[in-house]
Ligand binder design. Structure first.
Ligand code: FAD
Length: 320
């Protein structure tokens, strides 16, 4: 099967989750072609060979420096058709949630989104994906000739990297103003911190933090662990934290190596966004809080006391 991976970049920097998708494709289909749309950076993307891409197609042109869902969908679908790919992989990022369905329509392809496993059996690609807000998992196969899957970030690994360099080919699609129906005109960083979707460690706070000014305790621990900061919906709705940090059913889905939930009760809608984290630590003063049912480690106590003690202890271990 011929596999293509859509690779997401910002200012020329490749998202880690796209590297996970490349490794997932190369390890399951033997090889894959990575397609990057954006500014013309010469052979800068050859390094994607390290994750298993045998070839990189760099798609450039006027207006493609910045994301435009309509233009990207047309340009990317064109490359998939030209190469005659059977399988297309995205990382299930915010961009892919926007872009992948439009690509699926253009290619008359079925799409399975937010997959947590992908296996190949003969001519069949079997994907596992969560349903009912993560309460159950289903396995699906797609019946269309071109099959599209988006992979949940941080669930698939980047594997062993090599020093292989991929051959880079360029494409300059024929696009007109009409193809740029939607354009990104400005990007503002919500905070200087990492995006929760990309982060390997997240320190997340809920209403049990008591007040927005207490977030310095979350930030101090996050600084020591080089972590992103997350939040429950209760505190986002209260205006304590930006929506970009919200984890859960109506927020972001995360799967970090370590998720530290501070003063979060563990409502089902919150668990929907973080229960596939590899290790969950919960700090809550209520021993009956539902978060303890999914936690690998639980600390029953007041966040105002536990967090500074934990931060100091970790500081002494990591030497920060
Ligand atoms: C359709 C829908 C979608 C939703 N989507 C989301 C979503 O995406 N994300 C999300 O998070 N929620 C979502 N919710 C809301 C969800 O149901 C909960 O209301 C919310 O998650 C509760 O947030 P919380 O845990 O911070 O607050 P609470 O439920 O109020 O919990 C606070 C916790 O802090 C503990 N605590 C209090 N003081 C301390 C202290 N000093 N030290 C230690 N622990 C303390 C308490 O014991 C309690 O367990 C959604 C709800 C609906 C209906």
């Amino acid at each position: 099967m011929k596999a293509i991976v859509f690779v997401e970049q910002r200012d020329g920097n490749i998202k880690k989750s796209s590297c996970e998708a490349i490794h997932a494709a190369a390890s399951r289909f033997g090889s894959c072609t990575a397609v990057v749309i954006g500014p013309d950076l010469g052979d800068a993307y050859a390094g994607l060979g390290a994750y298993g891409a045998s070839k990189v197609i760099a798609v450039t042109g006027d207006g493609l420096e910045n994301y435009s869902v309509t233009a990207y969908a047309k340009a990317f679908s064109g490359v998939v058709q030209e190469l005659g790919a059977d399988v297309v992989l995205f990382s299930a990022t915010a961009m892919a949630k926007d872009l992948a369905p439009r690509v699926a329509i253009r290619l008359d392809a079925a799409l399975a989104s937010d997959c947590t496993e992908l296996t190949v059996q003969g001519d069949e690609v079997i994907a596992t994906r969560p349903v009912y807000a993560g309460k159950a998992f289903i396995t699906v196969t797609l019946a269309t000739p071109v099959k599209i899957f988006s992979l949940r970030p941080n669930v698939f690994t980047i594997g062993e990297t090599s020093d292989a360099q991929a051959e880079v080919e360029k494409r300059a699609p024929d696009l007109s103003d009409d193809d740029f129906v939607v354009r990104v005109v400005e990007t503002k960083m919500a905070s200087g911190r990492k995006d929760v979707v990309e982060a390997d460690v997240i320190v997340s706070g809920g209403r049990g933090m008591g007040a927005p000014e207490n977030w310095r305790l979350i930030e101090e621990l996050a600084d020591v662990l080089d972590a992103a900061t997350g939040a429950s919906r209760a505190v986002v709705d209260a205006g304590w934290r930006p929506h970009a940090e919200q984890v859960g059913q109506t927020g972001k889905t995360v799967a970090p190596s370590l998720y530290i939930a501070c003063g979060i009760s563990g409502a089902i809608q919150h668990l929907a966004g973080m229960s596939s984290s590899k290790c969950i630590v919960a700090i809550n003063k209520d021993p009956e809080a539902p978060i303890f049912k999914v936690a690998d480690y639980g600390i029953i106590g007041d966040v105002m006391e536990v967090l500074p003690a934990l931060t100091n202890e970790i500081k002494s271990v990591v030497g920060k």
